[in-house]
Unconditional design. Structure first.
Length: 330
């Protein structure tokens, strides 16, 4: 009897314990983390961006890719600013060389963002001038495309790039293949001065071709700017060559000494495709004067006289062009 009563008491205690556990959750572990909460945002009081600066060449290439491919205007502008700082640093950091930078960035001359085009010009100005000369033909190809763009702002910014090119490599600009006549053709498209019509319009001034700057709010200012840059281009092309100092060994050096310039026989076009008149090289002042007098003098003189009659900023720009022609062809 005593043992049976003892078993009944133990069963009663177990039942009471089980009754107390009903409705209670399982005990949580010591390292338990509650992840059931929901938050719209997470705020971090202090943030630090750590960048590995060991491979600056890789960062340069990444920013160069961003400058070309990024969709946001601010990203392209900031990437160009980074490259500009690297090119102006001491020592310079340019793992791709001037040729690689120009090849990647020249298409941005026609970028739709004004801030990107402005930063691109700043980048061009920190390039080494001596390294730009061999690539003038490629740079001019994009400049001529920007000069005939439908956007008036892009045309004006492209003229700034052309001014920079005339400053750092003026002789190469006027003497490279297509640099003389093709660039004059682009000015003709901008100003509406047609050489085939200009010779027949002796006293009428303007040609019948429409001017690209008309119909815009900044028409006169843009036209005056175009005439001013045209005057600088003609001044560069008509600039007399520096006289060569006499040397008794000049004849021997001309025969035996190795040339000091890249592609010294490019004017012969020995291995290139046949060029037309516009794509020819005009390496000296006399040849440029000759072809200008035959093809462009009548048209530009007629357009210049019409611009002088308009007065204002356009008239003053035309007077600058007149002085450039008088000095270059006199």
């Amino acid at each position: 009897m005593g043992s049976s009563n003892k078993k009944k008491k133990e069963k009663k205690k177990d039942f009471q314990k089980a009754k107390l556990k009903i409705g209670k959750a399982k005990a949580k572990a010591a390292n338990f983390t509650d992840t059931s909460f929901k938050a719209k945002s997470i705020v971090v009081n202090q943030q630090t961006l750590v960048t590995d600066t060991s491979d600056t060449a890789e960062q340069f290439k990444q920013n160069l890719s961003l400058a070309v491919n990024a969709k946001a205007d601010n990203q392209r502008r900031d990437a160009l600013a980074y490259i500009t700082n690297q090119l102006s640093a001491n020592p310079r950091n340019n793992p791709l060389g001037t040729s690689g930078v120009l090849t990647k960035l020249l298409p941005l001359l026609s970028d739709g963002s004004a801030s990107v085009r402005t930063q691109l010009l700043k980048l061009f100005r920190v390039l080494v001038p001596a390294e730009v000369g061999p690539h003038v033909e490629k740079v001019l190809m994009y400049i001529r495309g920007g000069m005939t763009h439908l956007s008036n702002d892009i045309r004006n910014d492209t003229l700034n790039v052309l001014e920079w090119l005339l400053e750092v490599a003026g002789d190469e600009t006027a003497s490279c293949p297509g640099g003389w006549l093709k660039t004059l053709n682009s000015f003709s498209s901008m100003l509406g001065w047609n050489p085939s019509v200009g010779s027949a319009m002796s006293n009428k001034g303007w040609t019948s071709a429409p001017r690209a700057t008309l119909g815009t709010k900044k028409g006169p200012e843009a036209q005056a700017r175009q005439i001013q840059v045209l005057a600088k281009f003609l001044q560069t092309g008509f600039r007399p060559e520096a006289p060569i100092q006499y040397s008794p060994m000049a004849y021997r050096d001309n025969i035996y000494r190795l040339p000091g310039m890249p592609n010294p026989f490019a004017y012969l076009n020995l291995f290139g495709t046949p060029r037309d008149e516009d794509s020819e090289m005009y390496p000296d002042r006399i040849s440029r004067q000759r072809v200008f007098d035959a093809k462009w003098r009548a048209a530009i003189s007629a357009g210049m006289e019409g611009a002088r009659k308009e007065g204002g900023t356009v008239g003053r720009a035309a007077a600058t062009l007149d002085r450039a022609l008088s000095a270059g062809l006199g």
